[in-house]
Design a protein around this ligand. Structure first.
Ligand SMILES: Nc1ncnc2c1ncn2[C@@H]1O[C@H](COP(=O)(O)OP(=O)(O)OP(=O)(O)O)[C@@H](O)[C@H]1O
Length: 266
């Protein structure tokens, strides 16, 4: 790989080494390594229960690993005092699977939540910034005043991404961004992810089962299997990997449809 360019594209912004996560005797990750480069959209795929969400949570420090190191933007998570930790957290945004919005707050108020931690920001500026993020997420103006219960699933996800963008992060984590969306809504969301990455120079790490999202959005894909990242690469590279799960996933009929390939002859 060539080194970072003048905008830092290509530099490693997340470095996971020897990660071990376990719940009781259940070992989810055992010596997992992962690198994420600035400016890329990295998709994480794997069978159900292989620990994709646990990996995202471990990267942002919501789960304390049993062993290994996670370095984000040059800092080792776990070594930081509360103040440095809070400063680092402002440099990423996280969109949980269902949006994880506060049901008693409007969309605008939800997006304002992270902005409340910014010292010296007036209420008027906070509201204006939140409204800007809501529109950047592709929601209409009148969504600002709506409550999560009054939104469709797709709109809730957009509100979740607006909140993840509240603090102008460098990295955005998306947990199954298109899950539960109809195909048109999922396509629109894929395009939104690409637009936001390009417009805001974001690094995006997303967990997905959606082959269309992999094809439309991801520069590289990391495959979780056997308690680690088995392989990372482009779709073309992963299609050449000889591993039962990878083969089945990247050569199945759904993959062929998503990747616009001719059906394989038996
Ligand atoms: N807080 C927890 N306590 C105990 N076990 C947990 C906890 N969180 C996750 N697990 C277990 O860790 C494993 C990995 O979970 P995770 O949610 O990361 O899987 P996943 O790959 O995201 O799955 P899916 O594709 O089905 O969403 C699962 O067996 C799950 O039951």
């Amino acid at each position: 790989m060539s080194g970072p360019d003048e905008k830092g594209q290509g530099e490693t912004v997340i470095e996971v080494r020897g990660l071990v996560n376990r719940f009781g005797t259940h070992v989810v990750h055992d010596g997992l390594d992962l690198d994420v480069r600035r400016g890329e959209i990295l998709g994480i795929v794997g069978g159900s229960g292989t620990g994709k969400s646990v990996l995202l949570r471990a990267i942002v420090g919501l789960i304390r690993p049993a062993a290994g190191t996670v370095k984000v933007l040059g800092s080792v998570i776990g070594d930081l005092d509360a103040e440095s930790r809070a400063a680092l957290e402002r440099r990423w945004g996280f969109m949980f699977q269902n949006g994880a919005l506060f049901s008693s707050m409007t969309v605008c108020e939800n997006v304002e939540v992270p902005l409340r931690a910014v010292p010296g920001l007036s209420e008027a500026d906070r509201v204006a910034l939140a409204q800007l993020k809501v529109s950047m997420a592709g929601l209409p103006w009148n969504a600002n005043g709506k409550y999560p219960a009054d939104l469709s699933g797709g709109m809730r996800k957009r509100a979740g991404i607006a909140r993840a963008l509240a603090l102008d992060p460098e990295i955005v984590f998306l947990d199954e961004p298109t899950a539960g969306l109809d195909p048109i809504g999922a396509d629109e969301f894929d395009r939104l992810i690409l637009r936001l990455r390009d417009a805001l120079n974001l690094t995006v790490v997303l967990v997905t089962h959606d082959l269309d999202t992999l094809h439309a959005c991801c520069d590289r894909i990391a495959v979780l299997a056997e308690k680690k990242v088995l392989v990372t690469g482009t779709i073309a590279e992963l299609m050449r990997v000889d591993h039962p799960w990878v083969r089945e996933y990247f050569h199945g009929p759904r993959a062929h449809a998503a990747f616009h390939l001719e059906p394989e002859s038996e």
